[in-house]
Design a protein around this ligand. Structure first.
Ligand code: DUC
Ligand code: ZN
Ligand code: ZN
Ligand code: ZN
Length: 492
């Protein structure tokens, strides 16, 4: 046997080009990508006829929350490493990067990392890595950055908002300086906390408690101000950052201007800002809670349009899910923790902020038929791999180097468009914000390191729990600090 698997007759899409070529896989790697028919006489254990469908590098979703304690309102993550990674592969994503959350009362990061490894080990259907979430950048925690790098972690997330997580600007500078020294990429949740708290108080004074006021309490201006502040802090230290889950075109404009000045400012957006608006939070009763996330979906289709344009023009480096799953029916008694006799429509400030979306991310992006396919691969796979130190092992089809992580789509018109029902998904959540939306595309096969793990017309989920492995990551291969010199106070 020369090869373990051949994928023939596909339209092979990478971030670079779309080609009618065939792919040969040996063990867990891409062995060769050659002209159509090149492997006709090769011996192979298995052949998949892609039948003219698109064949892409497996999705890399670099923003996933699993098994977190309550951090964003009342409620813990509904998905475990098992159910979250299961959901990922059924939607074409073969690698996820999940947050390992340090708590404010903890002084170390290595304990957090160890605990998170213990949760994930032997449980995952997809490959996985972690971003350290830093809630307490103590001297001890910062001194562990070299150990983190040794352990294969090259990115962090910090927050400018939420009582349980917020860092002040001095703490952010501490993190950026240490991160710069050790070639770690800092992800920043940029919203102005005081503005949000002030708006929340204003709304409550006026007896406005329903889910839709979550959006009012998190205005675009809170994101714009904090985004610009984060850019200034990054420029001051000359440390690369990634602004996570950007929702407003006005914030994107600041990012674009910084990028045009040559700064190492990277940005992420998410499907909720392309496919939802504030109106989705204004459904009858408590239904709007299904679309509560932070930042919230914005006002109008014009905002969505601005975010699409940011993907097209390169302002956004990545399109991640921000899969942050909570149960809608969050209590066995049937009584929601956010709803009380006094507040029959709930209190928006207690609704946990986040939506499930790891499984729907790629199918939504494909079904929109808006981005050129090369751009779609770039923002959903290749750039995430580059930014977080996984390239070219992930996000590419480079013979001898790339893992055989592959998503194969149905050929044009071979999948009857369908309306999404939550029961079609594989997460552990009792809703999806995209239920009822029409999907024109869905992965037919997902392949993880040469093994079929999702076969929609065969057994569905055919991968095994524990098949996913931890990904030891190196530094980012996208733009980093402008200077290699150590940051020096005398420079100012
Ligand atoms: N930020 C996230 O990244 N995810 C969910 C909630 C939040 O505020
Ligand atoms: Zn083999
Ligand atoms: Zn966030
Ligand atoms: Zn998130």
């Amino acid at each position: 046997i020369e090869y373990d698997l051949l994928i023939v007759n596909g339209l092979v899409v990478t971030d670079q080009e779309v080609r009618e070529v065939d792919i040969a896989i040996k063990h867990d790697k891409i062995a060769a990508v050659e002209a159509r028919g090149s492997f006709k006489n090769a011996k192979a254990a298995q052949v998949i006829d892609a039948d003219g469908g698109c064949v892409m590098p497996g999705g890399v979703d670099a923003h996933v929350h699993l098994e977190e304690p309550p951090l964003f309102g009342k409620g813990s993550s509904a998905d475990t490493f098992e159910t979250g990674s299961r959901s990922a592969v059924c939607g074409g994503t073969t690698s996820i990067i999940v947050f390992a959350p340090q708590q404010k009362n903890e002084d170390t990061l290595m304990t957090t990392l160890k605990a998170t490894h213990a949760k994930a080990e032997g449980k995952c259907y997809s490959d996985y890595s972690f971003h350290l979430l830093i809630a307490n950048p103590s001297e001890n925690a910062l001194s562990e950055f070299p150990a983190l790098r040794e352990a294969g972690i090259s990115s962090l997330k910090i927050y400018m908002t939420y009582a349980a997580l917020q860092l002040n600007d001095g703490q952010i500078l501490d993190v950026l300086l240490a991160a710069r020294q050790h070639k770690i990429t800092t992800m920043i949740h940029a919203e102005n906390n005081d503005l949000i708290l002030w708006m929340t108080a204003q709304l409550e004074k006026r007896k406005m408690f329903q889910p839709k006021y979550h959006a009012t309490s998190h205005p675009a201006m809170a994101e714009v101000e904090a985004t610009y502040r984060a850019i200034c802090l990054s420029e001051f230290i000359d440390a690369p950052i990634l602004l996570v889950h950007i929702s407003s075109p006005a914030a994107a404009k600041h990012i674009k201007q910084a990028q045009d000045r040559g700064l190492p400012i990277h940005a992420e957006t998410c499907p909720q800002y392309l496919f939802l608006t504030k109106a989705d939070l204004d459904k009858p009763g408590f239904e709007g809670a299904k679309c509560v996330c932070s930042p919230p979906p914005r006002e109008s289709e014009q905002d969505q349009e601005g975010i699409w344009r940011g993907l097209e023009d390169g302002t956004f480096t990545v399109l991640s899910s921000d899969h942050c799953p909570f149960l809608y029916d969050d209590n066995e008694t049937g009584k929601k923790t956010c709803i009380t006799d006094e507040y029959p429509e709930g209190q928006f400030k207690y609704i946990p902020n986040g939506c499930p979306g790891v499984e729907t991310r790629l199918p939504l992006a494909m079904s929109a038929e808006r981005l050129p396919l090369t751009k779609l691969v770039e923002v959903t796979s290749t750039n995430a791999a580059k930014l977080y130190g996984l390239y070219p092992r992930k996000g590419a089809f480079i013979a001898g180097e790339s893992d055989a992580d592959i998503v194969i789509w149905y050929p044009q018109d071979k999948l009857q468009p369908f309306q999404l029902k939550n029961e079609m998904l594989h997460h552990n959540v009792d809703y999806s914000p995209y239920e009822g939306k029409t999907f024109k595309h869905w992965p037919r096969y997902t392949i993880l390191r040469g093994q079929v793990v999702w076969d929609r017309d065969g057994g569905g989920l055919v991968g095994q729990r524990g098949q996913g492995t931890f990904l030891h990551r190196g530094p980012s291969s996208l733009k980093g600090s402008l200077s290699d010199e150590p940051w020096d106070i005398r420079g100012f």
